[in-house]
Design a protein around this ligand. Structure first.
Ligand code: R5P
Length: 314
């Protein structure tokens, strides 16, 4: 069975995948009817029929190419995969470095399964066989998804980045890792263990979906460079609340490490005015800034992701 890489947009990650695997890259085109319904077109149907597809899809919000909400982009993906199946694709593996809806593993208030379960069903209905995603929000997702879900953890990736960025401070025992909530403590702990530095965590409460409050800090951060580690940064409020609490307890420098930079409107301004000294994000979502931002650095996960996924596929 021949292999093809397919993507919705021109993306460096899709290019890199096709080059690394030495297979053709096909770009699906989208359009909108006057009433905003999506239509999808793909020219290379002879190539697709009978092939195995690796569908690379990076979500994006704060990007000039942004042509719709996360929900619109999900609809595009579903319609495109459904079309590929109708053309005769034999198998579809999607690479969604950021799995939209993943933080909604439970309903708001936590009593019921959250909408990510429905997203899993939509992906299955569109003919998708399996999904690769980075740094999943929680382990619950494995039970909620009805199709194969594989996590590419970026714990080693981040530990390596941090070791080279903060070598001197780590060697002088001046660094600690912080989780802004209990949910992220396992990830923070694993990074701290690799770096052999202490870990602290905060307790957080959400008053409403976009309004978290940091309640208290567990651990000592006095005179330390504190690296806040989280899977997602969206409005930035969780991170900023945590930074205020850490500063109040004597942290000297606050660094942020966030895998998925959803970056909804207003965040750049908030981060610019915040106590963060430096913020590291990945390109799991497409992001582009009008000009390089002095506090924000984007670390490319392309090489790491391609290596990990190729190992799993072989
Ligand atoms: C939720 O628990 C996640 O791990 C993140 O902490 C959250 O999604 C960040 O969102 P925001 O930046 O809007 O506070």
């Amino acid at each position: 069975m021949s292999l093809l890489v397919v993507s919705c947009l021109k993306s460096q990650l899709a290019d890199d995948f096709a080059n690394a695997l030495d297979v053709p890259l096909i770009q699906v085109s989208y359009g909108l009817f006057a009433d905003t319904e999506v239509y999808v077109d793909v020219k290379e149907s002879e190539l697709i029929s009978g092939s195995e597809i690796l569908f690379v899809h990076q979500f994006f919000l704060s990007d000039p190419r942004c042509n719709g909400s996360i929900n619109d982009q999900l609809t595009n993906l579903l319609i495109a995969c459904d079309l590929l199946r109708n053309i005769g694709a034999r198998k579809i593996t999607t690479i969604l470095p950021y799995l939209a809806y993943s933080r909604q593993d439970e309903s708001f208030g936590g009593k019921f399964a959250g909408p990510v379960k429905l997203m899993g069903r939509f992906l299955k209905a569109a003919g998708i066989d399996s999904v690769f995603a980075c740094d999943l929000h929680s382990e619950k997702l494995f039970d909620l998804f009805q199709i194969q879900l594989e996590e590419i953890s970026l714990v080693d990736f981040w530990a390596e980045q941090l070791r080279s960025l903060f070598k001197e401070e780590i060697d002088k025992n001046l660094v600690c890792i912080a989780s802004p909530d209990i949910g992220g403590l396992n990830r923070a702990n694993r990074i701290a263990q690799i770096l052999n530095v202490p870990v602290v965590y905060l307790e957080k409460k959400r008053i409403n979906p976009d309004n978290p409050v940091a309640l208290c800090l567990h651990g000592d951060v006095n005179s330390k460079t504190v690296i806040i580690v989280d899977d997602i940064i969206d409005t930035g409020r969780t991170a900023i609340q945590a930074s205020l609490m850490l500063k109040m307890h004597g942290a000297t420098k606050i660094i942020g490490v966030f895998t998925h930079a959803v970056f909804s409107p207003g965040i750049i301004d908030r981060l610019t005015k915040s106590d963060f000294y430096k913020i590291y994000i990945t390109n799991s979502l497409l992001n582009s800034f009008e000009k390089p931002h002095k506090k924000i650095s984007v670390c490319s996960i392309n090489k790491y992701l391609i290596q990990k996924i190729s190992e799993k596929l072989s």
